[in-house]
Ligand binder design. Structure first.
Ligand SMILES: Cc1ncc(COP(=O)(O)O)c(C=O)c1O
Length: 407
């Protein structure tokens, strides 16, 4: 496993890897403690023979041109690989770009892939409105192995799983899916954004590639949009030209910010895990709450899978608030009154940062559907998704309690 500094062993604990992995100042005359921001578009070849060396050993030379990567970016990639037990990693300009790059690298026109029917709606829009325009086809299926098997065709190349899912935090038995995929020669790609490498490492269960939106827990500060693809040396090399030719490398400053965020990754995740479990337990007992989904609650439909695959539940708690009646109008009124009464969580898109954010799927990701279509898509209008930040848990619970009195 590449870890930058020689002293950081692959078996070092997660926090040690978070703080140190990726940084390598052995060729730096200033011995900088932190990997610098290489704000340059291009790099000098000192000798013409460097060029020959470069073409022959393309992957070993650190930098040529910023669209192919910068030393700041490479330090981030090595850190990410160390955190996800991957041989190599590629960072990209967004989580969406990581998904696009991975799938473009693995498939070609005429191929088919299978995708779980529950997940981030942006991903579904990318698949339905764009990837299918370029000759790829896909089948959505339920979250069971039987449904995945049934959805596969002789043209299937990839099984794409978002685990846990957005917004209900559901899972599938990854080991079973990987076993099936291997018997059929299929690739398994896991979007593990909601778990983050702190809570789950899909490569350990045999997944071929992992993708992350670094925008969420890994950067953790709600100030950068970026993504990553991780896997074996061979697969990452195979898909790297897609990213380099699409030009979707994040710039060096973004990479620096994410590397900075990673230093406190373990501390932040520990707090997200603890605080969101306390929030989920509080909400579950509250009379103005209809239902709560949090994978570490015994009431979650996939709690047994969560215990098998997740070290913690991360920071998302999804719930429905009680409404006067079951009409979508009353449901929307109740969730709106609740969201507007909250003082600490900000009503905003995204998740996984230090600030708590609250999100009404009805008016954000699903705004363009009619109330009935939303319901059919599994999104009732009293649904709320809370991204629990790292504020004091007692303050968050007191704020939720006050806001629930308003509905
Ligand atoms: C599970 C999941 N995957 C991917 C993405 C896309 O990430 P980005 O916004 O960094 O492109 C999101 C965004 O919310 C997400 O929730």
């Amino acid at each position: 496993m590449p870890t930058g500094r020689k002293t950081i062993l692959p078996q070092s604990g997660f926090s040690t890897r978070s703080v140190h992995a990726g940084h390598d100042n052995s060729n730096d005359p200033h011995r900088s403690l932190i990997t610098p921001i290489y704000q340059t578009a291009s790099y000098e070849f000192e000798h013409v023979s460097d060029l020959w060396d470069f073409y022959e050993k393309r992957s070993t030379r650190l930098a040529e041109y910023a669209r192919y990567g910068t030393p700041t970016q490479r330090a981030l990639e090595l850190a990410l690989a160390a955190l996800d037990n991957a041989e190599n990693a590629l960072v990209t300009s967004s989580g969406m770009n990581a998904i696009t790059t991975a799938l473009m690298g693995l498939m070609q026109a005429g191929d088919h892939f299978v995708c779980l029917a529950e997940g981030y709606r942006g991903t579904f829009k990318l698949f339905d409105q764009h990837l299918t325009r370029f000759g790829l086809s896909l089948t959505y299926c339920d979250l069971t192995l039987a449904a995945i098997e049934k959805a596969c065709t002789p043209k299937t190349k990839v099984i794409f799983l978002e685990l846990p899912t957005n917004p209900y935090l559901k899972l599938v038995d990854l080991e079973e899916v990987v076993r099936f995929a291997r018997t059929k020669g299929l690739m398994t790609v896991v979007d593990a954004t909601f778990a983050s490498p702190y809570n789950m490492n899909p490569l350990d269960y045999g997944a071929d590639l992992v993708v992350h939106s670094l925008t969420k827990y890994i950067n953790g500060h709600n100030d950068v949009v970026a993504g990553a693809v991780l896997g074996s040396k061979e697969l990452v090399e195979k898909i790297k030209p897609v990213r380099n030719l699409l030009g979707s490398n994040p710039d060096a400053h973004m990479c620096y910010l994410i590397s900075r965020g990673i230093k406190t990754f373990a501390l932040r995740m520990e707090k997200h895990n603890r605080s969101s479990l306390a929030v989920a337990e509080f909400l579950e007992k509250h009379k103005n709450i209809e239902r709560v989904w949090y994978p570490m609650l015994a009431s979650h439909p996939h709690h047994a899978l969560a215990k098998k695959y997740l070290r913690g539940g991360s920071g998302i708690v999804t719930f429905t608030v009680e409404a006067k009646d079951d009409s979508q109008t009353e449901r929307l009124k109740a969730s709106t009154a609740f969201v507007e009464a909250l003082k600490i969580p900000t009503h905003a898109a995204s998740l996984g940062g230090v600030e708590s954010l609250v999100h009404q799927p009805t008016v954000m990701n699903y705004y363009d559907l009619s109330p009935d279509a939303r319901l059919a898509a599994g999104i009732p209008d009293n649904l709320v998704r809370l991204s629990v930040g790292i504020e004091d848990t007692d303050d968050l619970i007191a704020d939720l309690d006050e806001a629930l009195k308003r509905i």
